[in-house]
Design a protein around this ligand. Structure first.
Ligand SMILES: [Zn+2]
Length: 177
């Protein structure tokens, strides 16, 4: 499936392209996990799109406040991805706030890291938002209404039982290699 991205320059990425771009940062990505394990707070960074060079770059690595809310964003609409790790027990399912953040920046992809029982099992699940407007509108309304049941179920459904109501599409998973 191909998703148009950043209307202005009509850059288009396939799922494979997205994965390739994210894999460039494998080392930095798994450093986030190590730091999260060590300090028990979220760590993350954003990748911005450089229009001229047609490539991404790391904006700023967030060393982790209590919930790493201050990942530095990119100038709209050039936020390509956010990558962040939940501390132990958090898993790789995004929070409603993670999803809303991605929606509002129109990112191409975002990845959530989970701490494994061993370092070998540390992993990132990467997602993209579905293109359908209906789930997006439903999700935003539920978010505005503080309808936690709906926002949670639309994330859970997307991850565990793909169906019509999905807001997210899981696209690839990264493991330590
Ligand atoms: Zn999160």
């Amino acid at each position: 499936m191909i998703k148009p991205y950043m209307d202005e320059n009509a850059q288009v990425f396939s799922d494979n392209d997205l994965e390739k771009e994210i894999r460039k940062y494998n080392k930095e990505i798994f450093e986030l996990v190590d730091n999260t394990r060590k300090h028990k707070v979220e760590h993350g960074f954003t990748l911005c799109w450089n229009k001229e060079k047609k490539t991404t770059y790391i904006n700023e690595i967030c060393k982790g406040e209590h919930s790493c809310v201050n990942l530095k964003g990119c100038q709209y609409p050039y936020q390509f991805a956010t990558i962040h790790v939940h501390p132990k027990g958090g898993g790789w399912v995004p929070s409603p706030k993670d999803v809303i953040g991605s929606l509002s920046e129109s990112e191409a992809v975002f990845c959530v890291g989970a701490i494994g029982t061993t370092r070998k099992k540390d992993a990132f699940q990467c997602y993209t938002l579905t293109d359908e407007t209906e789930p997006r509108q439903k999700y935003c309304k539920a978010w505005q209404d503080d309808d936690w049941m709906t926002t949670s179920s639309m994330i859970g459904d997307s991850v565990f039982k793909p169906g019509k109501n999905n807001i997210l599409r899981p696209i690839f998973r990264l493991f330590r290699n």
